[in-house]
Design a protein around this ligand. Structure first.
Ligand SMILES: NC(=O)c1ccc[n+]([C@@H]2O[C@H](COP(=O)([O-])OP(=O)(O)OC[C@H]3O[C@@H](n4cnc5c(N)ncnc54)[C@H](OP(=O)(O)O)[C@@H]3O)[C@@H](O)[C@H]2O)c1
Length: 246
């Protein structure tokens, strides 16, 4: 089977870690995981069968730092000569009232969730374009990137700035699809939008609300990624919305 070179951001925990492990289980894949906590990424190899250990390669990349992003993609080009699949997954949550949020936090959220995503996607797509000329990009969006549920007026709205950053990703995916189509580049862009997933991210949410609501498992999201990647090249899966059952 052809060796696939895969890069996943936000690989050190939650959804990103699970995606790395699941994709590395296919022995012909090499998975480069990016995040700030590199040790956590390299430790994921322990979850692989003996003969596949080492298939997950951790590399430090803070998506707030453009130089680190650029260096990560130069590393991939120099070491592997191509990039087949890019999973843009790094993200943070910020749920305080917009009217009460400090400007430095507003900038941080958009730097990581939006600007960091734009730079990573630009670098990933340009690397695909320069090398094999094709590829698949998956963007970890959110149900909150499509709609914000109505709240009864006596309940404190729990979402803050986060949905604005994810709505930006919805728009970004669609404009990127248009660019790929205009440039005749066979690079597919899939947005995956989960509802609540049991991960470290939820520590930033109202814990009473978190305990009351049904949650997906990180495995459910990794399954969706595998489904999308297994579709034939003629198929373009644009959007997947996944909600937990009650
Ligand atoms: N959990 C949910 O309910 C849910 C629902 C819908 C969508 N999502 C989305 O799914 C994605 C993954 O979230 P998760 O639930 O798996 O959360 P998580 O466990 O908190 O993982 C977040 C990942 O993002 C990375 N990250 C954060 N800041 C970073 C930075 N400055 N530079 C590089 N990496 C950074 C973290 O790595 P380091 O800290 O090591 O850098 C970590 O690997 C996010 O985009 C999130 O918005 C989550």
């Amino acid at each position: 089977m052809e060796e696939k070179i895969i890069c996943v951001t936000g690989a050190s925990s939650g959804i990103g870690s699970e995606i790395c492990v699941e994709l590395a289980k296919n022995g012909s894949n090499v998975v480069i995981g990016l995040a700030r906590r590199v040790d956590k990424i390299n430790e994921l190899n322990e979850r692989l069968p003996e003969e596949l250990k080492g298939k997950i390669i951790g590399r430090k990349c803070d998506v707030e730092n453009e130089e680190e992003i650029n260096n990560a993609f130069v590393f991939i080009k120099n070491e592997y000569g191509k990039l087949d699949i890019f999973v843009n997954n790094a993200g943070i949550l910020m749920t305080d009232f917009v009217t009460e949020e400090e400007t430095k936090n507003i900038r941080k959220l958009f730097d990581i969730n939006v600007i960091g995503s734009c730079i990573c996607l630009k670098e990933a797509i340009n690397l695909m374009k320069e090398t094999s000329g094709k590829g698949h990009v998956i963007v970890m969006n959110s149900i909150l990137g499509h709609r914000i549920p109505d709240m009864p007026p006596n309940l404190k709205p729990p979402f803050g700035l986060y949905p604005s950053s994810k709505h930006a990703l919805t728009a970004l995916c669609q404009t990127l699809r248009q660019e790929m189509s205009f440039l005749k580049l066979p690079i597919r862009i899939t947005s995956i939008s989960p509802g609540m997933v049991d991960s470290d991210l939820l520590s930033g949410f109202n814990q009473q609300l978190v305990s009351m609501l049904p949650k997906l498992k990180v495995e459910d999201i990794a399954e969706a990624v595998k489904y999308v990647l297994n579709t034939p090249e003629r198929v373009r899966v644009d959007d997947i919305i996944i909600n937990p059952m009650f």
